[in-house]
Design a protein around this ligand. Structure first.
Ligand SMILES: CCCCCCCCCC/C=C\CCC/C=C/C(=O)SCCNC(=O)CCNC(=O)[C@H](O)C(C)(C)COP(=O)(O)OP(=O)(O)OC[C@H]1O[C@@H](n2cnc3c(N)ncnc32)[C@H](O)[C@@H]1OP(=O)(O)O
Ligand SMILES: Cc1cc2nc3c(=O)[nH]c(=O)nc-3n(C[C@H](O)[C@H](O)[C@H](O)COP(=O)(O)OP(=O)(O)OC[C@H]3O[C@@H](n4cnc5c(N)ncnc54)[C@H](O)[C@@H]3O)c2cc1C
Length: 669
C-alpha cells in the first residue's frame, strides 16, 4: 500500500515535497468527484488486503493453474460482493482492482448489455435476473474463424422451422466456427450468438440469439455443441487467464423467443418483421464497449506512466563531470521528452473518456425517444477514440518499459504483462484500422455535403467553418503564444479540415468513389487520426476551462493539456506544414515551448502520478512502488522464481553434467 506505516521510509519524499499543487484535489479531478475517489480507494484497499487476490506469482503459473486461479478469484469476488452488499459501482471497481481478465468481464461487459440493448422487455425480464444472480454465465459470440471485422460476412446460420417454432443453429463450414469469444472456452453456460437469420427461404442477415451451450447440471456441452479453448496467447500471465473459445453448432434447436427481438422479429408463421429503427442498432453492444475501452485506456496508460515516473525519479545513472552524486534519470531531458507526453496523454484520455461516457448516455436517451439523429456521431466518436487511444496506450506502455531500462524487461516490473494484456485492445471490439476507416468515410461524407450548405453538427461542427479554416494563418510569433488555447484549437481544426478536404478532392479524381476510397485508404487513416486528435485536444481544453478546485490543480492540468497538444504538433509537424496551417518557424517555437513545459512539469511529476491513487497491489510493479524502495524489492522478487527453488537446476544430471565431464576429459588429453 502507500507509505506512512510504522518503519516505512518514503524514498520519494523529496520528490513529493517539490509538488506545486494539492495532490488530494488532483485525485478528485482525476476520479471525477470526491465520492469516486473514496469508493475507488475503499475497493482498491479491500482487494489489496485479501490474500486470495494476490497476483505477484501470476506470470509463473502454468495455464491450467492460471485459469483455475481466475475462477477462484471471480468466485471469491462475487462472494465478497454479496456478503458486503456492494453497490453496482462498488462491485465494478472491486472487479477492476482484482485485475485479472476473466469470463466475468464478458458476462457483465457484453452478454448483459447485449440483452439489455437488443432484447424485448419480456426477454429482459426472463434472462437478466438469471444473469444478475450468476445462475447463468454468458458471453458474446460474434467473431468466427473466417470473419471478424466483416460482421456482415459471418456464416453461422439460424434457420427458422415453423413446424416446431424453433431456430436451428448451425455452423456450415470450418470457417463459420465461432472463434475468440472470451469466456466461451470453458466458463460460459450461455452465449449471445450472432448468426444469419433465414426464414421462408430468405437470408435476412445478422441477428442475435440467446443460446444455451452447457448443462446447468454438470457443465458439459449440450448435444450438437462443440466447445473448447482456442489456445495460449501472447505473454506470460496476461490475457491467458481468459478462456477465449471455439464453438460449433450441429443443427442445435432453440425456441423462437430466444432470438433477440427488440429490433426485428420473426412471427410464429415465419414472417420477418423489422421495426422502424436503423439496422446499425444491432452493433449497439460494440458501441457501448468501445466507449468503456476509452476509459480503460487512461487506466492502463496511467499505470504504466506511474511506474516509469516513480522509477525514473529513484534511478540514478552517471553524474556531473565535476563529480558528486549521480543524476536521477528523470532529470535527463530525453527521458522527460519521452515520458511526459505519455503522462499528459493519460490525463487527456481520462477526460475525453469522461466526455465520451456523457455522449454515450445522451445518445442512449435520444434513442429511447426514437431520435436516431446522433447515431452516426456516437459511432464515429466511439470507433475513432477507441482506435486512437488504444494504439497510443499500447505504444506508450512499451515506451514506459524501455524508459525503465533493463529492469523494465523483468516480469516483476509489471510492464511486460501490462503490455501483453493491453495490446489486444488494438484489435478487439474492432481492429483499429477498420474503425479509423469508418470514421474517415463519415468525414468524407461530411465534406461532400459542405457544398450543399448542410451544416455539420457535434464534433464535426468545426467543418462548417470551412471558408475560414481553409485559408487561416497561425498567428503565433513567440514560444509563449503557443500557450493560447485558441491558437492551439485553430491549428488542430485547420489541419484536420484541410487534410479531409485534400483527401476528398483526391478521391473525386479517381475513376470511381469506391476506387478512390480504396487507393487513398492510407491517407484516410491519417485524416481520421487528425480529426480524433482534435477531439481529444478540444475536450482537454474544455476540461481546463471548467471550475477546478484545489491549489495549483488547474495550473497543472493546463500544463498537461499544453504538453499533450504541443507534443502532437511536434510529432505530426509534417501534417501541419504540408497543409500550410503553420510555418516551420512556428513549429520550432512550439518545440521550444514544449521544452519549457517539461521543465515546469518536472517538480510535479511524482505527485501527478500519485494523484492516480493506485495501490501497490493494483500497480503490481516493484519499480513503481509508492515508497520508491526498489532495489531490495527487486532482489527479493528474484528469489521467488521457481528456477531458484534449488541451487542446482533440474536437468543438471542429464544435460549439464555430461557436458562438463566431457570437457574435463578433453582438457586432460
Ligand atoms: C457493467 C460494466 C462491467 C464492467 C466491464 C467493462 C467492460 C469491459 C468489457 C471487456 C473489455 C474487453 C474484452 C474484449 C472483448 C472483445 C469483444 C469483441 O471483440 S466482440 C467483436 C467485435 N467485433 C467488431 O468490432 C467488428 C468490427 N466490425 C464492424 O463493426 C462492422 O463490420 C463495420 C462497422 C466495420 C462494417 O459494418 P457494415 O458492413 O455493416 O457496414 P458499413 O461499413 O457498410 O456501414 C453501413 C452504415 O452503418 C454505419 N455503422 C457502422 N457501424 C455502426 C455502429 N456501430 N453504429 C452506428 N452506425 C454504424 C456506417 O457508418 C454506415 O453508415 P452510412 O450512413 O450508411 O454510410
Ligand atoms: C483478446 C481478444 C478477445 C476477443 N474477444 C472477443 C469476444 O469476446 N467476442 C467476439 O465475438 N470476438 C472477440 N474477439 C475477436 C475480435 O473482435 C476480432 O479479432 C477483431 O474484430 C478483428 O477481426 P479479425 O480478427 O477478423 O481481423 P481481420 O479483419 O482479419 O484483420 C487482419 C488485418 O486486416 C486488416 N483489415 C481488415 N479489413 C480491412 C479493411 N476493410 N481495410 C483495410 N484493412 C483491413 C486489419 O487492419 C488487420 O491488419 C477477440 C479478439 C481478441 C484478440
Amino acid at each position: 500500500m502507500e507509505a506512512g506505516g510504522a518503519g516505512e521510509v518514503d524514498h520519494l519524499a523529496g520528490e513529493r515535497a517539490t509538488a506545486q499543487f494539492d495532490v488530494d484535489h488532483m485525485k478528485v479531478a482525476w476520479a471525477g468527484s470526491r465520492h469516486a475517489v473514496d469508493v475507488a480507494d475503499r475497493m482498491a484497499r479491500l482487494v489489496a488486503s485479501d490474500p486470495v487476490f494476490r497476483k505477484d506469482n501470476r506470470t509463473m503459473l502454468p495455464r491450467k493453474e492460471l485459469f483455475k486461479d481466475t475462477l477462484r478469484k471471480a468466485a471469491h469476488a462475487w462472494k465478497r460482493i454479496v456478503e458486503l452488499r456492494l453497490t453496482e459501482e462498488e462491485a465494478n471497481l472491486l472487479r477492476l482492482y482484482v485485475d485479472q481478465p476473466g469470463y466475468v468481464d464478458l458476462h457483465w461487459g457484453m452478454f448483459v448489455p447485449a440483452i439489455k440493448g437488443q432484447g424485448t422487455e419480456e426477454q429482459q425480464k426472463k434472462w437478466l435476473p438469471l444473469a444478475y444472480k450468476f445462475q447463468i454465465i454468458g458471453c458474446y459470440a460474434q467473431t468466427e474463424l473466417g470473419h471478424g471485422s466483416n460482421v456482415q460476412g459471418l456464416e453461422t446460420t439460424a434457420t427458422f422451422d415453423p413446424k416446431t417454432d424453433e431456430f436451428v443453429m448451425h455452423s456450415p463450414t470450418l470457417t463459420s466456427s465461432k472463434w475468440w469469444p472470451g469466456g466461451l472456452g470453458k466458463a460460459s453456460t450461455h452465449a449471445v450468438v450472432y448468426a444469419r437469420l433465414i426464414t421462408e427461404g430468405k437470408d435476412y442477415g445478422i441477428h442475435g440469439f440467446i443460446v444455451q451451450l452447457r448443462s446447468l447440471e454438470d457443465h458439459s456441452p449440450l448435444p450438437g455443441v462443440t466447445l473448447g479453448d482456442i489456445g495460449g496467447k501472447f505473454g506470460s500471465g496476461a490475457y491467458n487467464s481468459m478462456d477465449n473459445g471455439v464453438l460449433r453448432f450441429d443443427h442445435v434447436r432453440i425456441p423462437r423467443d430466444q432470438m433477440l427481438m427488440r429490433l426485428s422479429q420473426v412471427t410464429k408463421e415465419g414472417k420477418y418483421v423489422h421495426s422502424n429503427v436503423p439496422k446499425q442498432l444491432l452493433y449497439g453492444t460494440m458501441v457501448f464497449v468501445r466507449q468503456t475501452i476509452v476509459a480503460d485506456a487512461s487506466k492502463a496508460l496511467s499505470r504504466a506512466t506511474c511506474i516509469a515516473v516513480r522509477y525514473s525519479a529513484m534511478r540514478k545513472q552517471f553524474g556531473p563531470q565535476t563529480g558528486g552524486p549521480e543524476t536521477q534519470v528523470l532529470n535527463y531531458k530525453t527521458q522527460q521528452s519521452r515520458l511526459f507526453p505519455l503522462l499528459a496523454s493519460a490525463y487527456a484520455f481520462r477526460f475525453v473518456g469522461e466526455w465520451l461516457k456523457w455522449l454515450y448516455t445522451d445518445v442512449t436517451h435520444k434513442l429511447e425517444a426514437k431520435d436516431f439523429s446522433t447515431l452516426q456521431e456516437a459511432h464515429a466518436c466511439t470507433a475513432g477514440l477507441k482506435a486512437v487511444t488504444t494504439s497510443a496506450t499500447a505504444d506508450g506502455i512499451e515506451e514506459c518499459r524501455k524508459l525503465c531500462g533493463g529492469h523494465g524487461y523483468l516480469n516483476s516490473s509489471g510492464l511486460p504483462e501490462l503490455f501483453a494484456t493491453y495490446v489486444p485492445a488494438c484489435t478487439y471490439e474492432g481492429d483499429n484500422v477498420v474503425l479509423l476507416l469508418q470514421v474517415a468515410r463519415i468525414l468524407m461524407k461530411t465534406v461532400s455535403q459542405l457544398a450543399s450548405g448542410k451544416q455539420p453538427v457535434g464534433t464535426m461542427a468545426y467543418m462548417g467553418n470551412v471558408q475560414y479554416l481553409m485559408q487561416c494563418k497561425c498567428g503565433v510569433n513567440t514560444a509563449e503564444d503557443w500557450l493560447s488555447p485558441a491558437a492551439i484549437r485553430e491549428v488542430f481544426e485547420a489541419r484536420a479540415l484541410r487534410m479531409a478536404v485534400n483527401c476528398a478532392q483526391n478521391i473525386n479524381r479517381a475513376p470511381s468513389q469506391e476506387e478512390g476510397l480504396y487507393e487513398l485508404s492510407p491517407d484516410l487513416l491519417e485524416v481520421a487520426v487528425a480529426h480524433i486528435q482534435l477531439i481529444i485536444v478540444t475536450k482537454f481544453i474544455e476540461k481546463v476551462e471548467q471550475d477546478i478546485p484545489g491549489e495549483g490543480v488547474k495550473e497543472q492540468l493546463r500544463n498537461l493539456c499544453n504538453v499533450y497538444a504541443l507534443y502532437l504538433v511536434h510529432k505530426h509537424l509534417g501534417d501541419f506544414l504540408s497543409t500550410g496551417c503553420m510555418t516551420a518557424r512556428q513549429g520550432a517555437l512550439a518545440n521550444q515551448q514544449l521544452g519549457k513545459l517539461y521543465a515546469q512539469l518536472r517538480p510535479n511529476a511524482v505527485a501527478l502520478v500519485d494523484a492516480f491513487n493506485y495501490t501497490d497491489h493494483y500497480l503490481g510493479s516493484v519499480l513503481g512502488r509508492y515508497d520508491g524502495n526498489v532495489y531490495p524489492a527487486l532482489y527479493d522478487e528474484a528469489w521467488k522464481d521457481p528456477l531458484n527453488d534449488s541451487p542446482v537446476p533440474d536437468g543438471y544430471r542429464e544435460h549439464l553434467r555430461p557436458l562438463l565431464k566431457q570437457q574435463l576429459k578433453l582438457s586432460r588429453l
